[in-house]
Design a protein around this ligand. Structure first.
Ligand code: NAD
Length: 259
């Protein structure tokens, strides 16, 4: 049987763990060739071997630091095949009271989350246009709908990312290229664990209590698994999602209150 993503090549950023790693698996399971991008070459090489390899799919790794947007374009020259699916994903900024955030924290988050996504997009769109097929999926946050207390730098920069993506959606739609945002709710990854520990340290509450309070705010009564976020990304990556562009899709177990 021909899988939905056979013949397509996906570049998955932040692929060494968490949502990025689960996404690489989900896309490979649908038959895609996957290039894994993150900073740790050894880890990527191991993950590359673990990915399912369907049909003629071939997987690769690209070691790059998305904070180094000065060197990123040159590193992208190493991409061996045209990219049809780009997943913009990386580490979220640290939390803390917004009033105490430094200009450097804003600059770093802007570089990593917006400028890097923009450079990656610029690098892959010419081939997507030539192929008449492109799927750009940005992993951002529910904070674009409801800012999250204690994550002020992230709230600020994620909103910029959403504006960037919405503008591009109109520019790219005539070329068969869609761009959408996934807004993960609380997802059981290393990122969530570190946010809860930081919140516990700031508030003096035990980490388990912080976690219980967070879980209580999720109507589904649990945190997401990274694979559940990846499934939504794989859906948007497929040919069947051709008419969906410019949307921000929450995958949050019902946590957002807004319509
Ligand atoms: P994670 O920290 O577990 O994984 C992040 C991945 O990005 C890792 O592979 C890491 O190596 C890579 N990465 C980080 N900085 C990088 C850099 N400078 N260059 C290259 N790679 C880099 O995070 P996660 O939980 O999988 O979340 C992924 C994204 O989704 C983050 O932006 C996060 O803020 C956002 N998000 C997560 C949650 C959650 O509950 N986990 C909720 C909402 C939004």
């Amino acid at each position: 049987m021909k899988e939905l993503l056979s013949g397509y090549h996906a570049l998955v950023c932040g692929a060494s763990r968490g949502i990025g790693r689960a996404t690489a698996h989900a896309l490979a399971t649908q038959g895609a060739s996957v290039t894994l991008l993150a900073r740790d070459a050894e880890k990527l090489a191991r993950l590359e071997c673990e990915l399912p390899r369907l049909g003629s799919a071939q997987h690769h790794s690209l070691t790059a630091d998305l904070d180094r947007t000065d060197t990123l374009p040159a590193q992208l020259d190493a991409l061996r095949h045209p990219v049809h699916i780009l997943v913009n994903n990386s580490g979220g900024p640290p939390g803390g009271p917004l009033l105490e955030a430094t200009p450097e924290q804003f600059r770093r988050a802007f570089e990593r989350l917006l400028i890097a996504a923009h450079l990656l997009t610029q690098a892959v769109v010419p081939d997507m246009r030539a192929a008449g097929y492109g799927r750009i999926i940005n992993v951002i946050s529910t904070s674009v709908r409801e800012p999250i207390p204690g994550l002020g730098v992230s709230n600020t920069i994620r909103a910029a990312c959403a504006g960037w993506a919405k503008t591009l959606a109109r520019e790219l739609a005539p070329h068969g290229v869609t761009i959408n945002n996934i807004l993960p709710g609380f997802t059981a990854t290393a990122r969530l664990a570190s946010l809860f520990s930081a919140r516990a340290a700031d508030s003096g509450q035990p980490a388990a209590e912080v976690e219980t309070v967070a879980r209580a705010g999720v109507p589904a009564g649990r945190f997401a698994q990274a694979e559940e976020i990846a499934a939504a990304i794989a859906f948007l990556a497929a040919p069947t999602a051709a008419y969906i562009t410019g949307v921000s899709l929450p995958v949050d177990g019902g946590r957002l209150h807004g319509i």
